[in-house]
Design a protein around this ligand. Structure first.
Ligand SMILES: [Zn+2]
Length: 72
């Protein structure tokens, strides 16, 4: 659905980092390839998302709001 504003476990704000993360990933995808695991890890490190609880919030999020909105 919508990215939670804060990490469920530690309370760090992750929503603003999610926007930066997705823009960086789509920038890599626009060059015609999928981002490698090293690029994903480096992007998260550059955003100072260090804890694995916060990383899972960003990595495991499925952005479905645009698909669900027509049915509301
Ligand atoms: Zn966290």
């Amino acid at each position: 659905m919508i990215i939670p504003v804060r990490c469920f476990s530690c309370g760090k704000v992750v929503a603003s980092d999610y926007v930066k993360f997705t823009s960086k990933m789509s920038e890599i995808r626009s060059s015609g390839r999928e981002p490698t695991a090293e690029e994903v890890a480096k992007t998260l490190n550059d955003l100072h998302v260090d804890r694995y609880c916060c990383r899972r919030m960003i990595l495991s999020h499925a952005d479905l709001i645009d698909e669900i909105l027509p049915f509301s």
